[in-house]
Ligand binder design. Sequence first.
Ligand SMILES: Nc1ncnc2c1ncn2[C@@H]1O[C@H](COP(=O)(O)OP(=O)(O)OP(=O)(O)O)[C@@H](O)[C@H]1O
Ligand SMILES: CC(C)(CO)[C@@H](O)C(=O)[O-]
Ligand code: BAL
Length: 280
Amino acid sequence: MTELVHSRGELAAARDGLKGTVGVVMTMGALHSGHETLLRAARERADQVIVTIFVNPLQFGPNEDFDRYPRTLDADLEICRRAGVDVVFAPSVADMYPDGEPTVRLNPGPLGEDLEGLSRPGFFHGVLTVVMKLLQLTRPDLVFFGEKDYQQLTLVRRMVRDLDVPVEVVGVPTVREPDGLALSSRNRYLSPAERRTALGLSAALRAGVAAAEEGGDAGAVLAAAHRAFDPSGARLDYLVLTDADLEPGPVSGPARLLIAAWVGGTRLIDNMAVPLAPRS
Ligand SMILES: Nc1ncnc2c1ncn2[C@@H]1O[C@H](COP(=O)(O)OP(=O)(O)OP(=O)(O)O)[C@@H](O)[C@H]1O
Ligand SMILES: CC(C)(CO)[C@@H](O)C(=O)[O-]
Ligand code: BAL
């Protein structure tokens, strides 16, 4: 049975009742098959599964889609029930931030100011702060994040390492539609024409990966990705090839190609692993 709790008191009582290892999947709701894959991974690895559903105001900029973000709790609960989730924690903003917005926030460091952080100032301060709060409240052995939000996954791993947080971070590969589009709650905003345009993100990434598989170096990978990105109907924010750890410096060996673009009023992100040949 899936227990739905809203307040931190209810969560504490539910958490105390869980026996064995606990896995947590943190979400903003509007659950889709990408989330379901995270739930399955948690179900396989942990004895008990907690899902958090919270649209965190701290990570939204003043002109972003906090008010418009889809909120579909009944449908989300049904998905959680089907996936055998034990506890769903769906707090209100007041439950999470009873004293108002926290003045103390986690600093994600330089990587937090790059890529997503450049376009969304303060985004990773908000993400890491709420992730840390949710870790404290749920006390999991394992926490699951999707590779779709690769910079977020990387920063959570770093936070856990740098701050000695006692939890194992598990990354889960990106789930895609058959035509390549990465599943994302924000895909709901897309009109049919915009959805076709959105395929340009994964097409660019695939072209970059193909260039690497043919032996291309970093320059060839980026050039192929740019050639494959059709700018009509979309506005590219970034298309970047980096070290797989998102460390600055020359790129060789396991690398990551990351893209962000506006399709109409919707900002989408995606990324893929790139098998660059090691530099001789
Ligand atoms: N297609 C996907 N494949 C794997 N994991 C995913 C996918 N989409 C989201 N996730 C993961 O689910 C978790 C919760 O993400 P979130 O609720 O923000 O969903 P989202 O689809 O990424 O939403 P948004 O469209 O707002 O970015 C994150 O760890 C995220 O990386
Ligand atoms: C990790 C997270 C739940 C924090 O609000 C959010 O950034 C998300 O859904 O990826
Ligand atoms: N999917 C990451 C959370 C966000 O875009 O706000």
